[in-house]
Design a protein around this ligand. Structure first.
Ligand SMILES: Cc1ncc(COP(=O)(O)O)c(C=O)c1O
Length: 322
């Protein structure tokens, strides 16, 4: 599953986005992807000094972090600090194990990389005019990592609105769940992934201890109908997901009816988490996971409902069924 997003020209970040991310970083100072995302937006917005501060904060924690070193090069260049830029570039080359690249100011910026891996020397990605960048939430490209980084904001914002102990998140290729897993690890929240029983690639991968593809013959949870976990998402999922629950289309349709009765118009992928909660609460096969995650009537749960009524005909059929 992937989506295309065109970025045309220079797109400064909204001040509210920067403020929300800054707050999130203050709350989670060790959340490196979040901090890098903020730093890149600050750099893009011309707040070069603040961006550099965040890159240096990452380097305090991980001195050889290549994205942070590259960011520091760019921020130092933007600040007109050629000496500093050269220093960070030398550290970057050491971290990459490559020969030093002759410094030529901004023209030495080798890191404009498209999905196909081609490079455009001399321009940073945010300087590209009248061209487009394809974003994908699968694979292991820079954009795939940014998608996970961006999703993390969602969980930080949810936490601002209410406290919760357990989080249930729908899983397709795993980017959203990877962000949930990172958030959960930092916040002490147990994270449970929810998959269609006919596309349970995370369940299979966790059982095998490595990314494992499955057959996916079809499900009404179209957004979760994935045969493989994204390589970018896998390390966070392997380390941060407490377990998974698989749900059948019919169980999800029942959950959609239950939600509709509460006045919530939620589509198949979104209702999967309520279906999973019902399974956690009632099914023997889920008892061990339920106990490990600490699910009880007193538990505060966050069910991520990732889809509204995107397929009105399918929604009507689900509501009419049962
Ligand atoms: C409706 C819906 N929910 C959840 C997801 C999460 O999927 P992923 O695990 O691929 O991030 C997607 C992905 O496209 C989706 O379309």
């Amino acid at each position: 599953m992937a989506w295309g997003l065109s970025i045309i020209g220079h797109v400064p970040a909204e001040p509210q986005v920067l403020a929300a991310l800054t707050e999130a970083v203050q709350r989670q100072p060790d959340a490196i992807p979040l901090r890098l995302h903020l730093a890149s937006l600050l750099l893009e917005s011309g707040a070069d000094e603040q961006a550099l501060g965040h890159y240096l904060a990452v380097l305090d924690r991980e001195p050889e972090h290549q994205d942070a070193l590259l960011g520091a090069v760019k921020a130092a260049q933007a600040l007109g600090d050629g000496k500093g830029a050269a220093l960070y570039r030398a550290r970057l080359n050491t971290a990459r194990g490559t020969e030093p690249v002759p410094a030529q100011g901004p023209a030495a910026d080798e890191d404009l990389e498209t999905e196909e891996g081609s490079k455009t020397a001399g321009r940073a990605w945010w300087d590209v005019e009248a061209s487009s960048v394809t974003m994908a939430d699968v694979g292991d490209s820079g954009p795939a990592r940014w998608v996970v980084d961006g999703y993390q904001t969602l969980f930080a914002e949810a936490r601002e609105q209410a406290a919760f102990d357990v989080l249930l998140v729908p899983v397709g290729a795993g980017s959203l769940a990877a962000a949930a897993a990172r958030f959960g690890a930092a916040a002490g929240v147990a994270v449970i992934g929810v998959e269609p029983e006919t596309a349970a690639c995370l369940t299979a991968s966790l059982a095998a201890g490595r990314p494992t593809a499955v057959e996916n013959p079809g499900t009404t949870m179209a957004g979760l109908d994935c045969a493989e976990i994204s390589p970018t998402a896998w390390p966070s999922l392997r380390n941060g997901i407490q377990g998974t629950v698989t749900v059948a289309d019919s169980e999800v349709h029942a959950a959609m009816r239950e939600l509709a009765a509460l006045g919530l118009r939620i589509g198949d992928c979104g209702a999967s988490t309520l279906a999973a909660l019902r399974a956690l609460a009632t099914e023997d096969a889920c008892a061990a996971l339920s106990a490990a995650a600490g699910v009880s009537p007193a538990t505060r749960l966050l069910l991520v409902a990732s889809e509204g009524v995107t397929d009105p005909e399918g929604y009507a059929r689900a509501l009419a069924g049962g």
